[in-house]
Design a protein around this ligand. Structure first.
Ligand code: 16G
Ligand code: MG
Length: 550
């Protein structure tokens, strides 16, 4: 195609000029920064979505406008590949080049070069499905996206305000609609609620009803969506009350609430008082993360994070596979370096399941989990899901149950697969999974919590002059640069019983993260602050030195 064919692109691009002083980067979860600065980027993501669709023979590509758990003034945008997974990594560089093209002509030039390097057939009509969260800057960014889609004559579906995992689900449904074997469901909100609601009711039928679940929706898009899910389920098995469900008032999104706040601060949302015995969970701002928590009879707070969800799910799946009598159907667990050491020991020593470590970020965990028959992957922060790979599906199809109990276990494995959003971690689907397991076992949150006791842990942030000098290996647990720093970390770790610490550059913020664990709270804090101090001193710390532990 000649450059003149892109006159519309250049013309529309002119309506969304790039701010001259900002360099954008497609990071771990897409572009993310101050919402108002993202207009040109989102316009260009519309163009890229069109090209990506053409490069995938006209399959539908997703675009989600959200900045998840970030503060309200931030926003972001990410692309979703045809099976509902994160954008293939080899395209991230195209996104970054496109976002940083200085002029309208440069935008056209980058477009043409991608078409050439990918051998894209531009005669294919591109298809894109898009949605946004509840942020105040989202409508403006949506309009920019629509210009990008119009510039390349995309056949577009606007899903309005939905959770990030719902959009991933819609994309997968659309692209599998014509395959009897792979059809994922109806690509609508009602279809989503029907699929997950029905699987949930199938699994809990006949068991005692659970007590009410209080859901902190972070004042985000999870609030209206989980209310719709509850309406669709319409059963005492799903008795919920939404807290922090105000998506109208400015300044409330993720403020003092949400899964990230609860996990990072190890406390309940600021606006909530916990009643001992009651059950609570928190979503993040775009409802792809979930953590549970409760207060014991002394009022002390207890967190059930992504590691606890992962071990609960892995235990249940392992037991079902064994009850089904299917040979060589393996359940495995994928974690990141942030997984609490107690959870890793529990998986290996008590559950006797294989576990592997992946780099932080869903795409890395997802790809590792795909290699397992049934791969359970969760980040400690509450983002995760379960994948059944082709080998697992084949084994389930071939299963020849020898008893009613075996037949029931096989049927439950199929139902669990229908309950889980395999395209990406999904707070609502994960919540239904946890609820199912707790209902089936008749467990309270405290009983679930008994599996193992978390090691004290601490996560710190160090601002440095240049975080790109930090290089890691071994699933981000070992630094290879700056030279010598890992030796310093190792020497510090060696001083503390059961100590563990690692340093990695953030993929979403201009900072370096320091994680530490040790046998006691005070050792853990001492280790975390000593490592953070060493990073600050030896690798160009900026601003205030991490406060010494006293
Ligand atoms: C993003 C990732 C999340 C990861 C976090 C790490 C996705 C969808 N989200 O939010 O999985 O835990 O980044 O942030 O991949 P960091 O690199 O700043 O520590
Ligand atoms: Mg999120």
């Amino acid at each position: 195609m000649t450059t003149s064919a892109f006159t519309k692109v250049a013309e529309y691009s002119g309506k969304h000029p790039k701010p001259a002083d900002i360099t954008f980067a497609y990071g771990t979860a897409g572009f993310r920064t101050i919402g108002e600065t993202l207009e040109s980027t989102v316009f260009r993501v519309g163009l890229l979505a069109a090209l990506r669709s053409q490069s995938k023979q006209g399959q539908t590509i997703g675009v989600m406008i959200t900045a998840s758990h970030n503060e309200e003034r931030d926003n972001g945008v990410k692309l979703v590949d045809p099976m509902g997974e994160m954008l293939q990594q080899s395209w991230e560089g195209y996104c970054t080049s496109m976002a940083n093209a200085a002029t309208d002509d440069d935008v056209v030039a980058v477009l043409s070069s991608i078409i050439e390097s990918e051998g894209i057939d531009v005669s294919i009509r591109p298809k894109v499905a898009y949605a946004r969260d509840t942020r105040p800057s989202s409508p403006l960014l949506q309009a920019a996206l629509e210009d990008g889609l119009a510039a390349l004559d995309v056949e577009a579906i606007n899903y309005g305000i939905v959770t990030t995992p719902q959009l991933h689900y819609f994309v997968r449904c659309i692209n599998t609609a014509d395959s009897a074997a792979a059809a994922y469901g109806e690509p609508t909100e009602a279809g989503y609620n029907k699929k997950y609601g029905a699987a949930f009711l199938r699994l809990v039928e006949g068991k005692p009803h659970p007590s009410k679940l209080y859901i902190d929706a972070a004042n985000g898009v999870g609030a209206p969506q989980v209310r719709k899910l509850a309406e669709a389920i319409n059963s005492p098995y799903f008795n919920i009350e939404v807290c922090n469900g105000d998506t109208e008032s400015l300044g409330k999104l993720n403020m003092g609430c949400g899964a990230d706040y609860v996990k990072t601060n190890q406390r309940q949302p600021a606006s909530m008082t916990l009643t001992p015995g009651d059950r609570y969970c928190s979503f993040d701002g775009d409802a792809d993360r979930i953590v549970y928590y409760y207060a014991d009879e002394h009022g002390s707070f207890h967190l059930l994070d992504g590691d606890k969800i992962s071990t609960l799910a892995a235990t249940y799946l392992r037991d079902l596979v064994s009850a089904a009598g299917i040979e060589d159907l393996q359940v495995g667990v994928v974690q990141t370096a942030y997984a609490n050491g107690s959870s890793t020991s529990y998986i290996k020593d008590t559950l006797k399941l294989p576990t592997v470590f992946a780099k932080t970020g869903v795409k890395h965990l997802h790809h590792e989990a795909e290699k397992m028959h049934i791969g359970v992957y969760f980040e400690a922060n509450g983002h995760g899901t379960v994948l059944f790979n082709a080998g697992a599906i084949a084994k389930l199809r071939e299963a020849k149950p020898q008893s009613p109990a075996q037949a029931d276990a096989v049927e439950r494995l199929w139902a669990l697969r229908d309950l889980i959003n395999e395209s990406v971690g999904d707070a609502m689907s994960d919540m239904l999974l946890v609820e199912t397991i707790l209902i089936c076992k008749g467990w309270t949150l405290a009983q679930w919590d008994e599996a193992y006791t978390d090691m004290p842990s601490r996560l710190l942030k160090v601002v440095v002059n240049d975080r790109t000098i930090f290089k890691t290996t071994n699933a981000e647990q070992t630094l290879t640069a700056p030279k010598g720093l890992q030796d310093v970390v190792d020497a510090l770790v060696a001083k503390f019983p059961r100590g563990r610490s690692f340093v990695r550059p953030s993929g979403t913020e201009d900072a370096v993260r320091v994680y530490a664990e040790a046998a006691t709270r005070s050792d853990c804090d001492q280790l975390a602050y000593s490592v953070a101090g060493a990073v600050f001193d030896k690798a160009g710390g900026r601003g205030e030195r991490p406060a010494e532990f006293i």
